[in-house]
Write a protein that binds this ligand. Structure first.
Ligand SMILES: Cc1cc2nc3c(=O)[nH]c(=O)nc-3n(C[C@H](O)[C@H](O)[C@H](O)COP(=O)(O)OP(=O)(O)OC[C@H]3O[C@@H](n4cnc5c(N)ncnc54)[C@H](O)[C@@H]3O)c2cc1C
Length: 399
């Protein structure tokens, strides 16, 4: 019996896997993409990803080239500025603030913010009807047998597919990385990020705000109004015990703590979604490729949620992979090109964000003063300010 065949099998239909499927099929490859968890259709649904992603300009350019932007745009809120506030003590006392403006880089916006659950649902609907892509939800990657010329993949329902390349886009505990024997370096901080949606009495004016205090950053990212009230996605980093205490608080007490922590920049705040806790780690895979295998996104790198780097870095992986592959998508030379083009950028970003997170988390007075001096220095020296903003946006997409 002829076994089912495809050019590329993608394990993981999260945002990164879905974008990879669209980009690879646009290059003419036949793609099968599998995921055991179908996308949530509402914020309240079980397992719904309440994080949001601030897609930076290069990610939008990738979406436009793939014809995905028009579908996503109605759900996106532009980010017209980034405000950074440094604070001290509890309740937090402001010590300094600076605003970063994308017009410094001749751009109208830094990016566009989209709720992850919505983004995944919209992309998944689009991919389900794209010719050349076979999206299978409810079934996952189970194992693989790799030979020089191809890979025999076994799925969780026992079915088998022959592929020329297997892409692991299956998240921070990537089953593909495990099956390929690719390990990872992990740094833990004893920190957790609380992700939720909150409404507030003052408008966000399409400005994202990061407020630093010991324990980590408190970040608000603009969303469309929620039932007529201004709303933002909140990422609130804390040491583990405090994060668990906040996650378990009743709504009124939590609202009070959140309003204090936000220094009132958005007025009175209250939660309008469940609160989800995410461990904060830096995790970098020991390799991005193996025989007939490539890792992208969180399967390859997990970063603390600072500066909208995680998923944006993942989309750079997708762009680089497309540019590197040849007619035989799993051939060693293409995979070597992919590894070479991404390894340095990923390691560099992981180093900078790790250092930044440790400085932000520290409650030592000297380190906190360094943080304030750093903010002033970066903002007030125009060439440095532009350089840091440009580096944060990442390399231009090259598909
Ligand atoms: C609190 C927080 C806020 C963040 N904010 C931002 C931000 O503003 N900007 C930004 O760029 N990044 C941000 N990030 C990072 C970003 O959210 C993640 O990088 C991104 O969501 C991960 O996407 P992914 O597709 O790699 O993984 P996931 O979304 O985890 O997707 C992996 C998929 O693989 C599937 N899977 C698992 N097992 C299997 C299997 N056996 N077979 C097949 N599929 C499988 C899962 O079901 C899942 O759907 C944030 C992270 C955190 C923690």
């Amino acid at each position: 019996m002829m076994r089912e065949q495809t050019d590329i099998l993608i394990s993981g239909a999260g945002i990164a896997g879905l974008v990879a499927a669209a980009a690879l099929s646009a290059q003419g490859y036949r793609v099968v993409i599998v995921d055991p968890s179908p996308p949530a259709q509402t914020a309240e649904a079980e397992g719904s990803d309440l994080r949001s992603t601030a897609f930076l300009q290069p990610s939008r350019e990738l979406f436009e080239r793939l014809g995905l932007w028009n579908t996503l745009a109605p759900h996106a809120t532009p980010l017209r500025a980034l405000r950074v506030i440094d604070t001290w003590g509890w309740p937090p006392q402001e010590r300094g603030r600076r605003q970063f403006d994308p017009r410094d880089l001749n751009a109208e916006n830094f990016g566009w913010n989209l709720a992850n659950w919505r983004c995944r649902a919209v992309l998944s609907d689009h991919i389900a009807t794209t010719p050349g892509i076979d999206l299978r939800l409810g079934v996952g990657f189970a194992d693989m047998l790799r030979r020089d010329a191809g890979v025999r993949v076994t799925l969780s329902d026992g079915s088998r597919i022959e592929a020329r390349l297997v892409i692991g886009a299956d998240g921070r505990n990537s089953p593909v990385a495990r099956a390929a024997g690719i390990g990872a370096q992990v740094r833990r901080y004893g920190q957790k990020a609380l992700a939720l949606v909150a409404c507030h009495s003052l408008p966000h004016d399409e400005v994202s705000t990061e407020i630093y205090n010991s324990g980590g950053a408190f970040t608000t990212v603009p969303l469309p109004d929620h039932e007529g009230s201004p709303a933002s996605a909140i990422v609130w980093m804390n040491d583990g015990a405090r994060a668990h205490a906040l996650a378990g608080m009743e709504d009124a007490a939590f609202a009070q703590e959140m309003t204090l922590r936000s220094c009132g920049v958005l007025g009175a705040m209250h939660p309008v979604s469940p609160r989800r806790l995410w461990p904060v780690v830096t995790r970098t895979a020991d390799a991005l490729t193996g025989k007939r295998t490539a890792l992208v996104a969180e399967a390859a790198h997990v970063l603390p949620p600072i500066g909208a780097q995680g998923l944006n870095t993942s989309l750079h992986d997708v762009g680089a992979l497309i540019a590197a592959l040849s007619d035989d998508p799993g051939a060693p030379d293409g995979l070597a090109r992919y590894e070479a083009s991404r390894a340095r950028d990923i390691a560099g970003r992981a180093r900078v964000i790790d250092l930044f997170n440790r400085v932000c988390q520290s409650d030592m007075a000297a380190v906190q003063s360094l943080r304030l001096a750093g903010l002033r220095g970066v903002h007030d020296l125009a060439p440095l300010r532009r350089g840091v903003m440009r580096a944060g946006m990442g390399p231009a997409q090259n598909t």
